[in-house]
Design a protein around this ligand. Structure first.
Ligand SMILES: [Zn+2]
Ligand SMILES: [Zn+2]
Length: 190
């Protein structure tokens, strides 16, 4: 018997916080619906918050962007994912592709370091889209309390560099899929 859509699970909202092409948002929405089995909506774009800019580093602190998002009134969506084109960092990492609140509601990712290949030429568009999708799904996984995973090819593996990301499949291993389904059904994610 086909599984019914989980009632009241809520949807995932996508916010362009830069210059994300419409295609990027639509590709992301389609992949989110496939992997997480929830609706994905494209919300109104918004600028990157100035307060997250680290003048010393010339980058934006991903955690401060998440704090900014958590202060906004966006009640309809269970999860909110922002997509930006600025370079993101964290206090302890020189850069991050994305960051999420573990078991929380917000995630941010950037295409800043996903656009080029190792020799700094422009990545082919299929590879570029694939990278964005992988980072987004990984970060959304964190919001559903998934930790990093060691299974080969699993989306929840840590990818410090694009070559690590390129080795992943758009796939969650059995253990992560099971944990995801369980976590999504728990109180607060119904
Ligand atoms: Zn991660
Ligand atoms: Zn896994």
């Amino acid at each position: 018997m086909k599984e019914q859509k989980r009632p009241g699970l809520g949807s995932i909202g996508l916010i362009d916080m830069g210059h994300a092409a419409d295609t990027v948002l639509r590709v992301l929405a389609a992949n989110i619906q496939t992997i997480f089995d929830v609706e994905a909506d494209i919300l109104s774009p918004m600028p990157v918050p100035d307060e997250a800019f680290e003048h010393r580093r010339g980058q934006y602190d991903a955690g401060l962007i998440l704090n900014h998002l958590s202060r906004l009134c966006l009640p309809r969506h269970r999860r909110i994912v922002a997509i930006t084109d600025v370079d993101l960092c964290s206090p302890v990492l020189t850069y991050v592709f994305g960051q999420a609140q573990l078991g929380g509601r917000f995630a941010i990712l950037s295409d800043f370091r996903l656009r080029n290949t190792a020799d700094t030429t422009c990545a082919p568009s299929a590879l570029y889209y694939e990278r964005i999708v992988k980072v987004a799904l990984h970060e959304i996984g964190h919001t559903f309390s998934l930790y990093h995973c060691e299974a080969p090819g699993c989306l929840m593996r840590m990818s410090p560099e694009t070559r690590d990301l390129d080795e992943l499949a758009v796939y969650l291993c059995n253990r992560c899929s099971f944990a995801l389904r369980k976590n999504m059904k728990e109180v607060g994610d119904k």
